[in-house]
Write a protein that binds this ligand. Structure first.
Ligand code: HEC
Length: 251
């Protein structure tokens, strides 16, 4: 019995030891969408969309986002229509049975950069750039992780053997990532004149990706608040009702 117990304890120590070595501490960031009153800063999300469009969209798709969804960021219908029209999207088959390309419409989804995963891998040294629609929810650490990943490129520490074609990143699990550093100071210039150093750009694009992953966050927060208010009012009413009902009963 004692042996089994010792073995179990040793196994536990081993696994937790391994986890501790793997675990990277991801610092917490301040986001406008955190907390019960959290909301999206539309200006920031628009800037983040610009970063996605100008930088990330070269490799990453955003398959659940249609142009018309961008209306939630404060773009007018005309702006969305003309943005969509700058893309060529696949359509068809036509009467001859052929697929064809036509300018995008507001109802189209943002076209993906590669026709299929094999092409995407071929263009990225064998690694697949994941779709970014739900990425802030799909990764442990959420937006904090994505933000730090984007600015977490460093020289590999002495003694760390890097595989060819991979880049050292402090926050990527295993520290070797196929994506090269994408965000540098001034990689985009914002129309609203907001700061465009790497940290701000990374923050903006992460906020945009979080909007893409959870477009209903504000509505959810508002509903939560209404439910809490309702429960509070109900509790107060119940309290006075109870006092009234029990008033004449000695206890
Ligand atoms: C030149 C192509 C390219 C561009 C441009 C690019 N990426 Fe990537 N990205 C990749 C590849 C390839 C991977 C897969 C890396 C791997 O698995 O090692 C990746 C992986 C990722 C991941 C997943 C990391 C994880 O935990 O698995 C995120 C998040 C990401 N990219 C965000 C971005 C953002 C945001 C931008 C724009 C600022 C961007 N990428 C621009 C190629 C690119």
């Amino acid at each position: 019995m004692k042996k089994i117990f010792l073995a179990a304890a040793a196994a536990l120590a081993l696994t937790t030891g391994a986890n501790a070595a793997e675990e990277v501490h991801i610092p917490k960031e301040t986001w406008t969408f955190n907390g019960v009153l959290g909301h999206f800063d539309k200006q920031q999300i628009q800037r983040g969309f610009q970063v996605y469009k100008d930088v990330c969209a070269n490799c990453h798709s955003l398959k659940y986002v249609a142009f018309r969804h961008l209306g939630a960021l404060g773009y007018s219908e005309a702006q969305i229509r003309s943005l969509a029209a700058t893309y060529q999207v696949d359509d068809g088959p036509n009467d001859e049975g052929d697929m064809f390309k036509r300018p995008g419409r507001a109802s189209d989804h943002i076209p993906k950069p590669y026709a299929n995963d094999a092409l995407a891998r071929a263009g990225n040294g064998g690694a697949l750039p994941p779709d970014l629609s739900l990425i802030t929810k799909a990764r442990e650490g959420g937006p904090d992780y994505i933000y730090h990943l984007l600015i977490g490129y460093e020289d590999a520490p002495a003694g760390v053997e890097m595989s060819p074609g991979l880049n050292y990143n402090k926050y990527f699990p295993g520290h070797q990532i196929a994506m090269t550093k994408q965000i540098t100071d001034g990689v985009v210039t914002y129309a609203d004149g907001a700061p465009n150093d790497a940290a701000h750009v990374a923050k903006d694009v992460t906020a945009f990706l979080h909007w893409a992953a959870e477009p209903n966050l504000e509505a959810r927060h508002a509903t939560g608040l209404r439910v809490v208010l309702y429960a509070l009012i109900f509790a107060v009413l119940a309290f006075f009702a109870k006092r009234r009902l029990w008033k004449d009963i000695p206890h």
